[in-house]
Design a protein around this ligand. Structure first.
Ligand code: HPA
Length: 272
């Protein structure tokens, strides 16, 4: 990834937005409705931003949004780019580089995930405590740009503890059930087999998904504070009467989107 690409993208966004935010949010599958909570929005399609990769997945709109939650400015990525779409991880994480260049110091990442911990049910939210990277690769592979961060970044607290405490306090306040657990990232796009889910459980994972981990690694590389929240949409490797599909994942996230939006709103107020 050439740093000048990041500068070109952030230059265009700065010109179009004309205001700054210190918080960036990545919205996962079906969770894009959160932007309805924002006022004075500026929406810039990814296709108009130099070097920005495009998302081809339904449920991912593909636009960069700036807006205000009350008087708190935020950058929102409405739609993410996935490894399984064929993009290299440096493209998948390009938006996170741009967010940092724009001035964001905190990143909230959200996603839809399958539950491995059978006491965590579809429709519930899970705060990510830590992750396991099973993508078989790493977004920092290749040349390290020292101006971005160290060659060998520490990930012992990839998900900021203070932010996690605040997330739990907010959930308690608004009476939303917030689980906590380990997220494992797999390449996808096929869902897991029952044998794989058994393996992931043995590894210590509570939820499985096909995103988030690359963005979190890059955010940490750049010294950003990260908070991750999964919307659990199904039991991984569901063995019930029907087959698991993306439509089900979208339906569950859409049903949870009001609760999710309310949680995010209160959380943003608390951390800024
Ligand atoms: N597995 C992987 N990714 C997912 C799942 C799942 O069961 N549900 C939503 N995203």
């Amino acid at each position: 990834m050439n740093p000048s690409y990041v500068l070109e993208a952030s230059h265009l966004l700065n010109e179009r937005i004309g205001q700054k935010a210190s918080l960036g949010i990545i919205l996962g599958s079906g969770l894009g409705a959160f932007v309805d909570y924002l006022q004075n929005k500026k929406e810039i399609p990814y296709s108009q931003i130099p070097h920005f990769p495009m998302s081809s997945v339904s449920g991912h709109k593909g636009q960069f949004v700036f807006g205000k939650m009350g008087n708190i400015p935020v950058y929102v990525l409405q739609g993410r780019i996935h490894y399984y779409e064929g993009h290299p991880l440096e493209d998948v994480t390009f938006p996170v580089r741009v967010l940092k260049q724009l001035g964001a110091t905190t990143l909230i990442v959200t996603n839809a995930a399958g539950s491995i911990n059978r006491s965590y049910k579809a429709g519930e939210l899970m705060l990510i405590k830590d992750h396991i990277n099973l993508l078989g690769t790493n977004p920092l592979r290749g040349k390290n740009w020292e101006e971005w961060g160290p060659r060998f970044p520490d990930l012992t607290e990839a998900y900021d503890e203070a932010l996690r405490k605040k997330a739990k306090a907010v959930a308690k306040k608004i009476k939303v059930q917030l689980r906590e657990g380990i997220y494992v990232a797999v390449p996808g796009p096929s869902y897991e087999t029952p044998a794989e889910v058994k393996m992931l459980k043995t590894l210590g994972a509570d939820a499985v998904g096909m995103s988030t981990v690359p963005e979190v690694i890059v955010a940490n590389h750049q010294g950003m504070k990260v908070c991750g929240i999964s919307c659990l949409t199904n039991y991984a490797a569901y063995t019930g009467a029907h087959k698991l599909g993306h439509e089900e994942v979208l339906k569950v996230t859409q049903n949870a989107s009001k609760k999710f939006g309310l949680f995010l709103k209160e959380f943003i107020i608390m951390i800024t």
